[in-house]
Design a protein around this ligand. Structure first.
Ligand SMILES: [Zn+2]
Length: 285
C-alpha cells in the first residue's frame, strides 16, 4: 500500500508564518509573501536543496537501501554497538498507537528510513522516501497540526536542539505525542555534524514543557561497548586513519554480542549513569 497524499492544509509559510497557502501546479505558494515551495508526487520542499551533494555521496547507498532496507536494518540492529531497544519501542508504537488510527504522524529526521505507510518522512535531505524537506528549527507545519512525532537519534546533529524541541512542541496538537531518542554515552558520529549529548536529568529539563510519561535508559552495556570499540581502534591504530577504520570494523564484528547483556541490564537501577542514550515518551499538555 502506498502513502496517502499529504493534505497541503497542514502547512504554513516558513518565511512569514502565514497559514494561507495555495497549492498550484508543482508548487505551494504563500498568499501573503508569495514565497513558493516546490511540490510534486507527495514531496514538499521548504529549503534550498543542493542535489549534487546528495546524489554524489548517497546514490549508491540509496539504491542499496531501497532494495534491501529490511535486511540492512536487521543487520544494523544486530551488529551495531547499541542494543536495539529503540527499534522495539518503534515497532510497539507503530502497531499500538499509529497504524490504522487515522492520525497524522511524522518521522522527523527520517533519513532514508520508511517506517510505515502511516508515517510521513521529514528530513533535511531529499532521500527518495522523504515527503517533506525542511529545516527542523523552522518546521513548515501549522501550530497544533500533528498527532504523533517520532524523532530518533536526530537532535544530537542539530546545532540548536532546544529550538527544534520548541518547534516539535508548537506543531504537535494538544494531547499529541512525541517519542524522542537522544544519545548520552555514544562516541562522536558525524552525519554530517554531531553537537549534543544529554544526561537523564538533562532530558527532563529539555522536555519540561511536555507531560513526560517515561524516560527509557537505553543499554548501559551498549554505552560501554561503543566507547570500548573506539578506544581499542584508536590505541592500536597508532594514528593511521585507514588502519583505524579497519580496526574499528574488526572490533565491531568481534565484540557486538556483549551488548546483549542489555536484555537484562537495561532494567538495572543505575543503568542511566552510563546509558547509551535516553528515549522520552511525552505528551503536549
Ligand atoms: Zn509567506
Amino acid at each position: 500500500m502506498a502513502k496517502k497524499p499529504l493534505d497541503p492544509s497542514i502547512f504554513r509559510c516558513t518565511h512569514c508564518e502565514s497559514i494561507s497557502l495555495t497549492l498550484r501546479k508543482n508548487m505551494l505558494e504563500c498568499n501573503q509573501c508569495h514565497a513558493n515551495f516546490p511540490s510534486y508526487q507527495n514531496k514538499f520542499t521548504f529549503i534550498e536543496v543542493d542535489e549534487t551533494i546528495v546524489t554524489d555521496g548517497l546514490d549508491k547507498i540509496k539504491y542499496f537501501v531501497k532494495k534491501y532496507r529490511k535486511i540492512y536494518n536487521l543487520i544494523v540492529d544486530i551488529i551495531s554497538p547499541v542494543y536495539p531497544q529503540v527499534s522495539m519501542h518503534l515497532r510497539r508504537i507503530l502497531k499500538k498507537e499509529i497504524e490504522g488510527k487515522n492520525l497524522l504522524a511524522i518521522n522527523l529526521g527520517s533519513g532514508y528510513t520508511n517506517l510505515s505507510d502511516d508515517v510521513y518522512n521529514v528530513d533535511l535531505l531529499p532521500y527518495d522516501s522523504v515527503n517533506v524537506i525542511c529545516d527542523i528549527e523552522n518546521l513548515p507545519f501549522k501550530d497544533n497540526s500533528i498527532d504523533y512525532i517520532l524523532n530518533v537519534a536526530v537532535l544530537e546533529h542539530v546545532p540548536n536542539a532546544p529550538a527544534a524541541i520548541a518547534e516539535i512542541y508548537r506543531v504537535l496538537k494538544p494531547g499529541g505525542k512525541l517519542y524522542c531518542f537522544i544519545p548520552f554515552m555514544q562516541a562522536f558520529h558525524a552525519s554530517p555534524y554531531d553537537f549534543n549529548r544529554y544526561t537523564y536529568e538533562g532530558m527532563k529539563i529539555q522536555f519540561q514543557e511536555f507531560d513526560i510519561k517515561k524516560i527509557h535508559s537505553i543499554g548501559p552495556t551498549s554505552g560501554m561497548l561503543w566507547i570500548l570499540q573506539e578506544w581499542l581502534a584508536m590505541v592500536l591504530s597508532f594514528g593511521i586513519k585507514p588502519l583505524h577504520t579497519i580496526l574499528h570494523i574488526f572490533f565491531m564484528l568481534t565484540t557486538f554480542p556483549i551488548k546483549f547483556l542489555d536484555v537484562l541490564l537495561q532494567y538495572h537501577p543505575f543503568a542511566k549513569n552510563i546509558a547509551s542514550g535516553f528515549s522520552v515518551e511525552c505528551v503536549k499538555k
